[in-house]
Design a protein around this ligand. Structure first.
Ligand code: GLN
Length: 482
């Protein structure tokens, strides 16, 4: 539209800012909105379009950024009192690539503190509400990014996914959530939670927008030692969703026995079966597979991620980083550290740090951390077998993104174990480092009003195929619903 001048970045940005102004009072998706700066960026893009210099599909697109991703303006709070006033001296590579491509950064979004949580309720700056039903959670930890897209404030937002934080809230809010392969997107400038699992990705209103934004942020970055130089270039492969669907006869889609769990909400089971019927109707082959070690995924994930978090968050001691407790009331240096961390970090973050410190402590290391690493390896092995040509040779795995639709605010916040079990379908994907995408699986739950997320998981670094299948399947599901 910019190329043909049928729309302008300025109009798109004004629209986004108006919607935020109108709706964010009740939703609380944004922690900061950059009105002036966004308008400046938009006008600069319009001037480039006028000169015929716009080259990226994200140019002029209003985009929101999860507030654990650094920008060298505004604040990067991670929704924590600890970083309430933190100003980053540099911009994360993923955000910089978007800015360089002409995206308009409208603001920073709310999250569970330091990205730890599945409901958006663990934010020091108040919970985010689900735009589809304000009595319910939007999911987490990319709560604000999912809600901002679902409320029509922005077409796309950046999130981060360590154990499901893009895919689960996308499912709860009825938007698309794309987590690329571990190593695809630079983690430079993402505030670390669990470095061997963390990955930046996209929440968007369509698979197409997720693919476009994804193509901009993916790619090698020397500033991240785990960054991969595998070629990106999937935009060329993505045609019309209906075209992708017409290729479904060549798809081999695995559905794991473990995903058909009786513990699933009936609406989730129904959505999974509907997707299976749709795939079959378009000629895809459905392969029954087993992921026999998936019952260990939650335990392995919460041990590995908490261990890494306890180490990563050690820097927030009020001296090197973060809010410092009053010097007057602190008698010793240790006292100062303790008070700073007790005042600055919320209960869920403290719980993870204690859990992580425990599983790494001498005498427990082998029993917990080392065992969790072994479990991680066999979980990855389960996935390898599904994709392996000699075994099942599947192109993708289909499963729910969560066992239930969005739950009510307050329903689980005092019961961490139940909350952790929400992540049953997402965490093993991070343990294995695979790319995955949540799409809209239809509506269900009370009065059929709640979105149900379905997840497709792909081979490592095969995002092109994954995105093509996701857009095809979503198109098929929409056709069958209408
Ligand atoms: N819900 C998971 C957790 O609390 C995942 C979080 C994430 O992916 N950042 O750890």
């Amino acid at each position: 539209m910019l190329e043909t001048r049928s729309d302008s970045a300025e109009r798109a940005t004004i629209n986004a800012l108006h919607t935020i102004q109108g709706r964010d009072g009740e939703i609380n998706a944004f922690l900061q909105v950059f009105e002036d700066r966004a308008m400046e960026q938009a006008r600069a893009i319009d001037a480039q379009a006028e000169a015929g210099e716009v080259t990226s599909p994200v140019a002029g697109m209003p985009i929101a950024i999860k507030d654990n991703i650094c920008l060298d303006y505004g604040r990067t709070t991670c929704a924590s009192r600890m970083l309430e006033h933190y100003e980053s001296p540099f911009t994360a590579t993923a955000a910089q690539r978007l800015i360089d491509a002409g995206a308009v950064i409208v603001g920073k979004t709310n999250l569970d503190e330091f990205a730890m949580g599945s409901s958006g309720e663990h934010s020091a700056f108040g919970p985010t509400r689900n735009p589809r039903d304000l009595t319910r959670v939007p999911g987490g930890s990319s709560s604000g990014s999912a809600a901002a897209v679902a409320a029509g404030m922005v077409p796309a937002a950046l999130g981060s996914d360590t154990g499901g934080s893009i895919r689960q809230p996308a499912g709860f809010c009825g938007v698309v959530g794309f987590k690329p392969t571990y190593g695809r997107v630079s983690r430079s400038g993402l505030v670390a939670f669990a470095s061997s699992l963390d990955q930046i990705g996209v929440l968007a209103d369509s698979v197409e927008h997720a693919a476009q934004v994804g193509a901009v942020i993916c790619g090698y970055d020397p500033a991240d030692a785990t960054s991969s130089d595998a070629p990106v270039g999937w935009e060329a492969q993505l045609g019309e969703p209906s075209r992708a669907l017409s290729g479904a006869a060549s798809w081999r889609v695995a559905i794991p026995r473990e995903a058909r769990s009786e513990a699933n909400d009936p609406a989730v089971t129904e959505a999974l079966e509907r997707a299976e019927r749709t795939l079959r109707a378009h000629g895809a082959t459905i392969v029954d597979v087993e992921l026999p070690h998936s019952s260990h995924a939650i335990a392995a994930y919460y041990i590995v991620s908490s261990a890494e978090a306890s180490s990563n968050l050690a820097r927030f001691d009020g001296v090197r980083y973060g809010r410092r407790a009053s010097l007057e009331t602190s008698e010793t240096l240790l006292d100062l550290y303790e008070r700073s961390r007790a005042e600055g970090l919320g209960p869920e973050v403290q719980r993870r740090i204690m859990l992580g410190t425990h599983v790494l402590s001498s005498g427990y290391y082998d029993a917990y951390y080392a065992t969790a690493l072994k479990a991680r390896r066999v979980i990855k092995g389960d996935y390898d077998r599904v994709f392996d040509a000699a075994a099942a040779a599947c192109d993708a795995i289909l499963m729910p993104s969560s066992p239930t639709p969005a739950f009510r605010l307050g329903e689980m916040v005092s019961d961490p174990m139940t909350m952790y079990l929400q992540d049953i379908y997402t965490v093993s994907v991070n343990l294995a480092g695979l790319p995955a995408i949540t799409i809209r699986g239809g509506l269900g739950g009370p009065s059929d009003a709640l979105p149900i997320g379905l997840q497709l998981i792909g081979r490592p670094f095969d995002e092109g195929r994954l995105l093509g299948m996701a857009s095809g399947l979503e198109c098929g599901l929409e056709q069958s619903a209408s």
